[in-house]
Design a protein around this ligand. Structure first.
Ligand code: HEM
Length: 382
């Protein structure tokens, strides 16, 4: 019934999500030993009711050592202590300077890619742009794209370890490598970006390993999902209609970025574990059971978003769950949105006749969805 890695589901998971939402919106998957949630109202409830649905998935038997603890495994009130500092640190960064350097990097990457008749947008634009954005934001100067990409790939594969257990160990090793990279910067005497800010402002907030693991989570989330978001968003716009790209120039960017995130979010699933006996949609759920919230399915729930499979650039997407909701709401939402608006905005103004070449090849992953490769012809405006 739920086979998110089938060829059909990799090309278009939304048919599977629609079927689940209509037939069994609260579904227990024997293979995953987890509940699968597809309706918007259930998803929002699970993410908001942190006392019942916690994030410490170790309670459901997932093995994570204490030394890997991060904001992602903490629930309120411990979560709030580190989250407040992190959010303050994000706000304190020099956003104007970041925007300027990001636009320069995007422009450079687009011009180089436009020099070839066909370019892999994922490799030549999306990955280096996401890498530039997150390493600048964090103040991480010694990172190399190829190494981060390799570790990130192992971490992304491990997100599917419920379906493919052999991916877990290489993912854990890669997580350690990324943490080591961040830890070296954290202990250096340089004080740039969010890493430097956290070193100065987070003493006594949480053990140092929890802070550096949280910064590692920022590094990974700022790279892989953002790179996939850029490719998904460009694909959605180009596949929608020939006029859609030019419409980005005239529509309100807050509206179109929200709609692209709703429609083309790369983060399809997040997990919770039940702390107590609970109930969702009439089903009784025992303690310590895993609950998988399919955010991408909730974002296409027709009860909340009429004509959900249409990309409507002016749509009100206030209720969308691309960045989650409740205490674990994504602290990188502003950065992700800035990268999306800057990159798609520049393509719309300077490469408005860009077209896809063939169908993109999907990444074989159920949690992070997007193309592994996407060939495009970037045509500069003369
Ligand atoms: C395409 C872009 C992105 C999407 C779709 C996305 C989505 C999400 C979602 C849905 C959550 C909530 C997870 C949950 O409820 O368990 C989350 C959390 C998180 N995100 Fe993002 N994110 C993106 C970009 C970023 C960026 C750029 C950063 C860092 C700068 C980041 C850092 C984090 C961190 C550290 C958490 C964990 C927060 C917590 O557990 O309290 N994300 N993200």
């Amino acid at each position: 019934m739920f086979d998110p890695l089938s060829e059909g589901a990799l090309r278009d998971p939304f048919q599977l999500y629609d079927r689940l939402r209509v037939e069994t919106p609260v579904y227990f998957d024997e293979r995953l030993q987890a509940w699968i949630i597809t309706r918007h109202r259930d998803a929002a409830r699970v993410l908001s009711e942190h006392q019942t649905f916690g994030t410490d998935i170790r309670k459901a038997g997932v093995e994570i050592p204490d030394s890997s603890n991060s904001i992602q495994l903490l629930d309120p009130p411990e979560h709030g202590t580190i989250n407040r500092v992190l959010v303050r640190g994000c706000r304190a960064q020099d956003w104007q300077q970041l925007r300027g350097s990001l636009l320069k990097e995007i422009s450079y990457r687009l011009n180089v890619a436009a020099g070839h008749h066909s370019a892999d947008f994922c490799k030549e634009v999306a990955a280096p742009v996401a890498f530039h954005a997150i390493t600048t934001f964090l103040g991480l100067r010694d990172a190399e794209l190829d190494a981060v990409h390799e570790w990130s790939t192992a971490i992304v594969n491990a997100m599917d370890s419920g379906l493919n257990p052999s991916a877990a160990a290489p993912g854990a090793a890669a997580r350690d490598q990324l943490t080591e990279l961040v830890t070296q910067e954290y202990h250096s005497d340089r004080s740039e970006g969010l890493i430097g800010w956290m070193r100065q402002h987070s003493s006594g907030v949480a053990p140092t390993s929890t802070i550096t693991n949280t910064l590692r989570a920022m590094l990974h989330a700022g790279y892989a999902p953002v790179a996939k978001l850029l490719a998904n968003a460009l694909h959605a716009v180009l596949a929608s209609s020939s006029a859609c790209l030019t419409q980005l120039q005239i529509c309100d960017h807050e509206r179109w970025s929200g709609e692209l995130l709703r429609y083309a979010t790369p983060v399809h699933a997040v997990c919770r574990v039940t702390n107590t006996e609970s109930e969702i949609g009439g089903y009784r759920i025992h303690p310590n059971q895993e609950v998988v919230v399919l955010l991408a399915a909730a974002n296409r729930d027709p009860e909340v978003f009429p004509d959900p499979h249409l990309l409507l650039l002016q749509r009100d997407t206030t209720a969308a769950l691309a960045f989650g909701c409740g205490p674990h709401y994504c602290p990188g939402a502003s950065l992700a949105t800035l990268v999306l608006v800057s990159c798609l905005g520049l393509i719309a103004t300077r490469f408005a006749r860009t077209r896809l070449i063939g169908d993109p090849e999907p990444l074989p992953n159920a949690v992070l969805r997007g193309p592994a490769h996407m060939m495009v012809h970037l045509i500069p405006e003369s």
